[in-house]
Every structure is written in structure tokens, then in C-alpha cells.
Design a protein around this ligand. Structure first.
Ligand code: PEP
Length: 258
């Protein structure tokens, strides 16, 4: 909304090998072309596991697909003795447009804190990959009414020391943890409340231009059936989709919400 191009990003998590990824992206491209999808009106991205990225790159480049892709995480280091990690430079070389940073599952299962999320966000920006910075409160915080303060504090940590121009170009994803993979979607009004607060915070710290440009996604049990109401909210510019991004029909329905 308001001049920002909506983004529908499918986070596959630890699902699909590289062969399944190629089949999926091909089918998605066919389905969206059948539906006459306008990629300039709604950007579409898949976020597969690292091991799929090279195959997705080859397909997207070879067939000149308008589908974009990214990674689910990156290292806070450039190179060296960090066994198992993947650098921003490696992802840039694979043509990644996006990288998810600070997903709640990384925060929860890999003890990622705001300082690490900040470091990873900087590495992505330095490699000219757009970070999708995830924030969101757990159930207890929501029940205690602390969701806005909690989420805004996470944003402050993630974006500390990053200049306004960079902030304008990145993507923020509001993902209430209680709505992720639970089937329990936030009401459009609840999602809008937090997304508006996040945009207001960007305005306060990084200025009006950054606030008007930054894209804020909602994530948490988004499906083809509930996406339209979410997209009607003025501060929501798309969705980060988990479970519903694994099926072509469902995900293409989300992309064609309009
Ligand atoms: C996610 O993990 O980013 C997510 C939104 O998952 P789901 O859509 O399955 O709730």
C-alpha cells in the first residue's frame, strides 16, 4: 500500500530438497503465468534451504523467471573458521535478493539475540542483499499486553546504528510467535496495530522517508483464505508465509490476493 510494492515471501523452513525445489518453482511460475500474475504489482519470493539455492538460481536465470529468492539465515562473519556457516557474500553470488534475519525459530532454537540480528542485518546490507528482519512477541507477552513495546524494542536492537537510507530499503516482518505454524492468525486489526507501531518507530528514529518506504510484512498462519483481509491494512505490505508456501496452489493464491 501507499506506493510500496507488496511482497509475498514463502519461507520453506527445512522442507524440500533441491529437486523438489526446482519442480516447485517451475510449477509456481506456470501457475502464476496462468493467473496472469503481475510481478510488478506483487513481488513473489521463495526462501528455500541453502542446499536448494544453486538449483533455484539456475532455473530462475535460465528461464528468466520473475520469481525472486533468498536464504533463511546468514553468518555474522565474512569468512574463516566458522564451520557450518554461510556468508552474505556466498548468498550474493547465488543471486539471493533476500535473506531472513532473526526468525523466531532462530531466536528460540539457536539463541539469536538482538545484537546478533543486528550484526547479520549489517552483513546482508553490505552484500546488497535485502534483509527480512523478523520481530514478534510470544504468547505470554501478548497476554500481558506488552506486544508493542516488546516488538519495537526488538526492532531498535535489529536496526541500531543502521543509516536511514539502508532502513528505507529493507523489509521488516512482524511475526507474533503464537501465530507461527499454529493456525492461529492474528486479526487484521491486531497485526495492523503492531505494524503501524513499527512504522512509527522507523519514522521516529530514521525519518519520514524511511518510514514511508520500508516494507512491513505480517507473518503467522497466512493462507490464501485470510490474506486479503490482512492486505487491506494500511501498514501491511505483504506476508512472510511458512506452511502455506509449500503448496503451489495455496501460495499462488496468496500471491494473487488482489
Ligand atoms: C514463518 O515461520 O515465517 C511463518 C509465518 O510460518 P506459518 O505461516 O507456517 O505460520
Amino acid at each position: 500500500p501507499q506506493g510500496r510494492v507488496p511482497l509475498m515471501a514463502g519461507n520453506w523452513k527445512m522442507n524440500k530438497n533441491h529437486q523438489e525445489a526446482v519442480v516447485f518453482v517451475q510449477k509456481l511460475a506456470w501457475t502464476l503465468s496462468d493467473k496472469r500474475h503481475d510481478y510488478a504489482a506483487v513481488e513473489v519470493a521463495v526462501i528455500p534451504p541453502f542446499t536448494d539455492l544453486r538449483s533455484v538460481q539456475t532455473l530462475v536465470d535460465g528461464d528468466r523467471l520473475s520469481i525472486r529468492y533468498g536464504a533463511q539465515d546468514l553468518s555474522a562473519h565474512d569468512s574463516g573458521a566458522f564451520t557450518g556457516e554461510i556468508s552474505a557474500g556466498m548468498l550474493a553470488k547465488l543471486g539471493c535478493a533476500y535473506v531472513v534475519v532473526g526468525h523466531s525459530e532462530r531466536r528460540q532454537f539457536h539463541a539469536e539475540d538482538d545484537a546478533l540480528v543486528n550484526a547479520k542485518t549489517r552483513k546482508a546490507l553490505a552484500a546488497e542483499i535485502t534483509p527480512i528482519v523478523c520481530v514478534g512477541e510470544g504468547l505470554e507477552v501478548r497476554q500481558a499486553g506488552g506486544h508493542v513495546a516488546h516488538t519495537v524494542a526488538q526492532l531498535d536492537g535489529a536496526l541500531a546504528g543502521i543509516d536511514a537510507e539502508a532502513v528505507a530499503g529493507l523489509v521488516i516482518a512482524y511475526e507474533p510467535v503464537w501465530a507461527i505454524g499454529t493456525g492461529e492468525v492474528a486479526t487484521p486489526a491486531d497485526a495492523q496495530e503492531v505494524c503501524a507501531a513499527l512504522r512509527a518507530r522507523v519514522q521516529e528514529l530514521h525519518g519520514e522517508e524511511a518510514a514511508a518506504a520500508v516494507r512491513i510484512l505480517y507473518g503467522g498462519s497466512v493462507k490464501a483464505a485470510n490474506v486479503a483481509a490482512i492486505m487491506q491494512q494500511s501498514d501491511i505490505d505483504g506476508a512472510l508465509v511458512g506452511g502455506a508456501s509449500l503448496e503451489v496452489e495455496e501460495f499462488s493464491g496468496i500471491c494473487r490476493f488482489y
